[in-house]
Write a protein that binds this ligand. Structure first.
Ligand SMILES: [Fe+2]
Ligand SMILES: [Fe+2]
Length: 480
């Protein structure tokens, strides 16, 4: 009862805090407009400012509700979204002040959110930004003779073009896009929107004035170019500050120049090679079930990073035949083995890795028993021995990607020791290992389906066939 009351209290406090944060955000935007307009000698009356502020709070509030409905309303995501929104709106206000109104860099937000965000919530946030910039345009036309009606219609056209441009960017550029694709696609969309602006200026700007047409067209392109430039400059900062796993960050993390991967290769070469194969399997399996292959690949590359603390305790690194477990009692051996999940999480957290990669390091063994040492302990124990104390600490995989990494991990390790010689033997082995994990209830806390497990098994077999092709033959029924 107490728990319920405190959680309700926390929820009320969260809503109150969010509401105050949205008011503060709105106040910053209005303060920016007021500051820039006062430079030009324009002063607003309070009802106008209050109405504009109220409108912006409502827009931000609706946006926040949409973010929550798509599960992107957590503190980090909200701060990220609203920071990008603020940067975009303030840059637009600067453009409006210096009479570069057609060059408002609205594509920046679309580009940045499109890379890591749920597409629908990214589109809604983009639309909110456009609406807030529209409110700012109205405030800039307040008691101003600078913005004529024809210009206002042109500005509305610029907002419409930017809305479409942003939606296209969000839908066409995904997290799997390379830097080159982002550059070419965004440049093409910005160029086309500039052309549309050029033609619309002729239709909306009163007398078709070639200079005005060029100004509008070139300004829209300039706004887009600034957005693309800002995107490339600011993405690494946002990734670091908010721990995002954008496509670019994932590509960066998969690079073998990453100091942590170099350290793994140096200290635990066996684990490094194991992780490479696991990452290939995970990438293919994730693709097969519609999950993010890059995230799966990156998470799998670092899943055993905790082993760099004591590499010699893991068979894949015991190249000189020395096995330190021979001198240890099973209880200690189990501790030395199982600690690599938490050790990995600690290392990855200290280096600022995305939470999805850290969770893969923690969850890839779930709470499975360490069978070998449990049996070893059983052999030297009189009576029955409880399995508890000989298992990983968990938790079980919470996501499909972590379930994939669990399967890829055991299948890769087992293939190295069992060494199946035909495809049938490999299929049988993979099937047996997945059934074993199912009997341990390791997939009970993640939403993976039976059909997806079948697809994952297929991807595991195909990748391992490719890796060990020299010793696994395709045997169509005739066992040699
Ligand atoms: Fe592991
Ligand atoms: Fe592993």
């Amino acid at each position: 009862m107490d728990k319920l009351a405190s959680s309700q209290k926390r929820t009320v406090f969260q809503y109150l805090f969010t509401f105050l944060a949205l008011i503060a955000l709105s106040a910053i935007i209005i303060a920016c407009v007021v500051a820039f307009r006062s430079v030009s000698g324009v002063y607003f009356d309070l009802p106008t400012l209050f109405s504009a502020g109220f409108l912006i709070v409502v827009l931000l509030g609706v946006n926040y509700i949409v973010l929550r409905s798509y599960n992107r309303g957590d503190a980090v995501s909200s701060v990220f979204v609203f920071s990008v929104l603020l940067v975009t709106v303030v840059s637009s206000i600067v453009c409006l002040h210096f009479d570069y109104a057609y060059a408002v860099p609205l594509s920046f937000l679309a580009l940045l959110l499109g890379m890591d965000f749920h597409k629908k919530s990214a589109i809604v946030t983009h639309f909110t930004t456009i609406m807030i910039v529209a409110v700012c345009i109205v405030l800039f036309s307040y008691e101003s003779e600078a913005i004529l009606f024809s210009e206002l219609s042109l500005l509305i056209m610029v907002l419409v073009v930017n809305t479409v441009c942003g939606i296209l960017l969000i839908t066409m550029i995904g997290r799997y896009s390379s830097r080159l694709k982002v550059l070419f696609t965004s440049s093409f969309i910005v160029f086309v929107s500039g052309l549309i602006g050029f033609m619309s200026a002729a239709a909306l700007g009163g007398d078709p004035d070639i200079m005005q047409m060029i100004t509008v067209g070139v300004s829209i392109m300039a706004g887009g170019a600034i957005s693309i430039f800002a995107y490339f400059c600011m993405t690494p900062i946002f990734e670091r500050v908010f721990n995002l796993n954008t496509g670019l960050r994932l590509v960066e993390l998969c690079s073998f120049n990453q100091p942590l991967l170099k350290e793994l290769e140096e200290k635990a070469p066996g684990t490094f090679n194991h992780s490479l194969t696991v990452s290939n399997i995970a990438e293919r399996a994730a693709y097969a079930i519609g999950e993010d292959p890059r995230l799966a690949k990156a998470a799998a590359l670092y899943h055993d990073i905790g082993k760099i603390e004591n590499p010699e305790f893991f068979t894949e690194n015991q190249i000189d035949g020395y096995n330190p477990h021979d001198d240890l009692i099973p209880e200690v051996s189990v501790k030395m083995i199982t600690r690599h999940t938490e050790a990995g999480a600690k290392i990855l957290t200290s280096k600022g890795f995305p939470k999805e990669i850290i969770s893969a390091a923690v969850e890839h063994h779930g709470d499975s028993p360490v069978g070998y040492f449990y049996h070893k302990a059983q052999n030297i124990t009189e009576g029955t021995l409880e399995e508890k104390g000989y298992t990983y600490v968990g938790p079980k995989p919470q996501t499909k990607i972590n379930a994939i990494i669990m399967i890829a991990d055991i299948c890769e390790a087992a293939t190295r020791s069992v060494r199946p010689s035909t495809r049938e033997e490999l299929v049988e082995l993979v099937d047996k290992l997945v059934r074993q994990k199912m009997s341990e209830k390791q997939f009970d806390e993640c939403p993976i389906t039976m059909a997806e497990l079948t697809a994952v098994k297929g991807a595991v077999v195909n990748t391992l066939m490719g890796v060990h092709h020299e010793r696994i033959s395709y045997n169509f029924g005739n066992k040699k």
